[in-house]
Ligand binder design. Sequence first.
Ligand code: NHW
Ligand code: EN5
Length: 388
Amino acid sequence: SHKFWETQPVGQFKDLRDTSLREGPIESPTPLSEVKQEPYNLPNLYEWVTCDMDSEETCAEVYNLLSNNYVEDDENMFRFNYSKEFLRWALHPPGYYKSWHIGVRVKSSKKLVAFITGIPARIRVRSDVVSMAEVNFLCVHKKLRSKRLAPVMIKEVTRRVHLENIWQAAYTAGVVLPTPITSCQYWHRSLNPKKLIDVGFSRLGPRMTMSRTMKLFKLPDSTVTPGFRKMELRDVPAVTRLLRTYMMQFVVAPDLDELDVEHWILPKEDVIDSYVVESPETHKLTDFCSFYTLPSSILGHPTHSTLKAAYSYYNVSTKTPLLQLMNDALIVAKQKDFDVFNALDVMHNETFLKELKYGPGDGKLHYYLYNYRLKHILRPSELGLVLL
Ligand code: NHW
Ligand code: EN5
């Protein structure tokens, strides 16, 4: 059972078949004066800290905690290795709250041993645009696991979100908790199959040689779509319009304005790449695609230490076929020396995954809402949200 999650305002497994439950908030907001004013109690050796990610020193401590203790695959061969620049970007969107970047230190040594973050986001659920927190980077040092520290961290971030008069949250996890709004599949497109096989990320298929495999995954040297170019600041208004129109079709999606698009979509070296298609005739933007950079450490390999992975982010096609747009994304990712291009089966991604030679991974990603109930679980293709 889920001794902690059973106490929280989230969809419960026992309610999944109950059709009388209404869609929307599970609990009403309480007056801010009734929100607990003091932090939750930690075991006596530890203390809460607010992490200033603008501080080079703090950012490096967070980076070190995560690079040694964050998410691994089920066979502990790879561990996410978010860069410092990525973490700064991920945690400093428009309107962010420093108080939502929460660390736990050992009182005596000041060593950082746990972390959790929230960032503000407007998320639309059907026609309801809700102010939420997106919660991410929950991490407890390997030596402090299974001591029920995670529930305290989750309650503390919840309290600090409530203090800003925000009562809902969105989060993802590789594990099943009460209860997913949808469960997505990771897909992987080999760009550097030789290295992927060498490090155990993928395997030589049956009746395949290395040279046949390398030929199978070969890509053209340059993109094929006329007018395909890197996104620039001047593209923000048009990209925002494309994205807002496109997102309307999904049941759950972020409600992004121009400031959000400038932050989340504009290219940032080694963090986020975005490309637009500018019509050579009209100079109007018709399509765009984007992916973020999230390397993984390769654990215990004699020669290779990092896997360079690109993750499909938001893509919109109105004119260029999505298949061709995403093939151009693979081509630029290959040029930039990524080893693998990853994508979830969200939005319209199913329409290109198989055809562009992605294969299903061994990982799933479950999406959750806190204090918001949906009547039915969604298909991944009904989800328009990608969390980092
Ligand atoms: S998912 C990545 C999470 N991080 C990792 O997997 C890193 C490696 N693992 C660890 O650091 C993206 C630890 O194993 C963690 C758990 C810290 C995961 N989400 O302390 P205990 C995110 O960051 C529950 C939620 O003994 P531990 C999203 C578990 O079910 N709950 O475990 C984060 C159990 O509760 P139960 C999780 O292994 C979203 C309890 O924790 C969880 O030492 C957070 C056990 O705690 C997970 N990923 O530490 C929720 N993993 O009821 C935000 C385990 O089953 C909610 N648990 O007994 C919204 C808040 C804001 C609301 C605002 C209105
Ligand atoms: C995110 N904000 O399991 C929250 N990754 O498939 C964190 N597998 O990389 C939630 N096990 O299948 C994280 N290769 C949940 C994901 C945690 C990390 C994870 C999976 C996703 C992954 C790889 C490596 C497996 C290594 C052994 C995988 C197969 C690739 C192959 C390429 C060729 C075509 C077929 C597939």
